[in-house]
Write a protein that binds this ligand. Structure first.
Ligand code: 5GP
Length: 121
């Protein structure tokens, strides 16, 4: 399975603004933030898409949500509200094939996120 740039961020081969790390996961600022807070929470194990999450990965994926809640509490936007979302494959706009939770906060977030895919807009 080919590595992605997120493996390079995990291995410190390319820089990122890392805000949290533990033995299972890493969280860093998105390079093109879509909200005042836009973090990416990734497992250190490479899983390409939601479709590739194995039974054995269930605890790891749950861990990513635990990190999201911890960061929200630590950064003080837990009560105000936020979004934790994961895109899967092209129609959802996935561009990096190493699963990642987008953690967005700091402004009112519209729903649905897109009326049309940006490529069609
Ligand atoms: P996706 O579109 O796959 O759901 O999300 C990929 C995210 O990775 C995008 O929001 C994009 O801005 C972010 N991204 C792409 N390249 C880099 C990079 O080199 N560094 C960081 N920090 N974020 C990146």
């Amino acid at each position: 399975m080919a590595e992605t740039l997120f493996s390079k961020i995990i291995n410190r081969e390319i820089p990122a603004d890392i805000v949290y790390e533990d033995d299972l996961s890493l969280a860093f600022k998105d390079i093109h933030p879509q909200a005042p807070v836009h973090l990416l929470i990734i497992p250190k194990k490479r899983i390409a898409t939601i479709n590739d999450i194995a039974e054995d990965d269930r605890e790891l994926v749950g861990h990513l949500f635990w990190v999201a809640g911890k960061l929200a509490r630590d950064m003080g936007f837990d009560d105000e509200g936020y979004r934790a979302v994961m895109n899967c494959n092209e129609q959802a706009g996935q561009s990096v094939f190493h699963i990642h939770l987008h953690l967005l906060a700091g402004k009112p977030l519209g729903w649905p996120p897109y009326t049309d895919h940006p490529k069609q807009a």
